[in-house]
Structure formats: structure tokens, C-alpha cells
Design a protein around this ligand. Structure first.
Ligand SMILES: C[S@@+](CC[C@H](N)C(=O)[O-])C[C@H]1O[C@@H](n2cnc3c(N)ncnc32)[C@H](O)[C@@H]1O
Length: 257
């Protein structure tokens, strides 16, 4: 299944709010102090390179990639409103409303493909990987981040004290010799995470992700499970402690041979 209508509507209706959020690094610390440093740390040399950003949102990463020397940066997003903000803000990049599963670009158009926290809106990445592989030049790479499968496998519940619990666990009752399992790592399924956003992302295992990537012809050159920057410990100690123990995002770097 491609990105569902409710998620697209959510981005269209909340584009202003989302854009304000990501443009304020103090507000979007999961970006500024966690995911972006990990992604930016794995960028190839972009001098005079052509770049496509899939699910570019309001375009901040596109502008950053351009500032790294890229000669052409194209951002695409399925949300018209998000693309509206991107176009108004970063005139030196190109933007288009487009589904990342149907890229309207010629074969071998780009040196580098980038996607930050967007691919997990799609259930099956076979088509997305095949199309990204098609539009990359030989030797080009694809860097993307998504929800970490350990995080999306956790199940949310309330305990007896009405405290929120997120767990992936197996409890064995010795008397009855029966086990209670909460959460599910193995099963691919849609999940609504408790981020306050009415959007649906897909949980899938590391094995499924890597299989879909290599089936499209990519070689996996890096897998990064980021750690938050030490600066997060001061501003958000609970988030910092959680992220140092339970990863929220994961980053993959693929290459087209
Ligand atoms: C969490 S936001 C990330 C935006 C941006 N990459 C950033 O880091 O700020 C996810 C974005 O993916 C876009 N998106 C979801 N499904 C998509 C699809 N099938 N094709 C293109 N964009 C998609 C959404 O509209 C949204 O702008």
C-alpha cells in the first residue's frame, strides 16, 4: 500500500505547523540533535552533483544539500502544501508534487538520492527502491532514514497506575507454563505512533528492509543506529536517556553499482 490518504491529508492540513516545527531546532530536537547529524555525517561529496530528495517536506534538507555544493537539488513530496512551503522558501532548489513510488525522472538523472523519515509511510518498498535505483547514475548512492524497527515493534499500553508503557516483552508464567508476549517485531503492520501526528507508518523488520533494498539491485554500504548528540542531555534528559537505550530511527546507505 502506498501512503494512505489520511497521512497525506494530515501533512496538507498541518504543513504550516510542521514547517514551523522543523525550522525551529530547539523545538525539533529529534531532528536537530539526533537524526540530522546522523544523516549529514554520512553524506557523500556533493560538489557539482545532482541530488533528489524523496519526501522533502518543507525543503530544509534540500537547501542544506545545496549548501554542500550540489549543482542541482530537486525535492519531491506527495503533499502539495509541504511543497508550497518549500517552493516559497528555497528558490534555488526545484520542487515538485510527486509520489516517491512513481518518480517522473529519466533513467540515471541523479548522483545522489536522499530521504529523511519518509519511506516508512509506504508498506512495500520494492517499487520505491526500484524507481530510486533507476533514476540514480551507476555508482550513485541512496541515503535514507526511517523509524527503527525495534521502536515500531513496541506496543503501547497503560499499566495499573495509568502510566504509559511501551514494550516488546515475553513474560513466562511458571505455574501455568504459558508465556504472554507483548509487541511484535516480526509482523509487518501499520502503526500509529504516539507522536501527536495522525499519520500511519509501517513497521517492518531489518531483514525485510535489507531484502527489499538488495532485491532492487542496491548494495548496502552502511547501517547507522544513531545516538543523540550530548547536547540533548541538557535540554531533554529523559528523551536523551531513552534514545541512548532504545533507538527511534535508523539510517541506511545504499549504492547502485
Ligand atoms: C516526517 S516528514 C519529513 C519531511 C522532511 N524529509 C524532513 O526531514 O523534514 C515526511 C514527509 O514525507 C512525505 N511523504 C509521505 N509519503 C510520501 C510519498 N509516497 N511520496 C512522497 N512524499 C511522501 C510527507 O508528505 C511528508 O512531507
Amino acid at each position: 500500500m502506498s501512503t494512505d490518504k489520511q497521512s497525506i491529508d494530515w501533512y496538507n492540513q498541518n504543513a504550516q505547523h510542521y514547517t514551523d516545527h522543523v525550522r525551529n531546532p530547539d523545538d525539533s530536537i529529534y531532528h536537530s540533535l539526533y537524526e540530522k547529524p546522523a544523516m549529514y555525517g554520512l553524506l557523500p561529496d556533493l560538489q557539482d552533483k545532482s541530488v533528489v530528495s524523496l519526501g522533502c517536506g518543507s525543503g530544509e534538507d534540500c537547501e542544506f544539500l545545496r549548501s554542500c555544493g550540489a549543482s542541482k537539488v530537486v525535492g519531491i513530496d506527495i503533499s502539495e502544501s509541504m511543497i508550497g512551503f518549500a517552493k516559497n522558501s528555497y528558490p534555488e532548489c526545484d520542487f515538485a508534487v510527486m509520489d516517491m513510488e512513481n518518480l517522473a525522472f529519466e533513467n540515471e538523472s541523479f548522483d545522489f538520492a536522499y530521504s529523511s523519515l519518509a519511506v516508512h509511510y509506504i508498506e512495500d518498498w520494492t517499487k520505491l527502491f526500484a524507481d530510486t535505483h533507476r533514476v540514480l547514475k551507476p555508482g550513485g548512492s541512496f541515503l535514507f532514514s526511517c523509524n527503527h524497527p525495534v521502536y515500531s515493534a513496541l506496543e503501547t499500553s497503560r499499566n495499573d497506575d495509568d502510566m504509559k508503557v511501551r514494550e516488546l516483552s515475553r513474560t513466562l508464567d511458571k505455574k501455568t507454563d504459558s508465556a504472554t508476549i507483548v509487541g511484535n517485531y516480526t509482523k509487518r503492520r501499520p502503526v500509529t505512533l504516539d507522536t501527536g501526528m495522525a499519520v500511519t507508518t509501517w513497521h517492518k523488520s531489518i531483514g525485510e528492509i535489507t531484502h527489499e533494498a538488495t532485491s532492487a539491485g542496491f548494495v548496502i554500504t552502511d547501517i547507522l543506529e544513531p545516538q543523540p548528540l550530548p547536547a540533548m542531555e541538557k535540554v531533554a534528559p529523559k528523551d536523551y536517556e531513552t534514545l541512548t537505550k532504545i533507538p527511534n530511527f535508523i539510517v541506511f546507505k545504499l549504492q547502485k553499482l
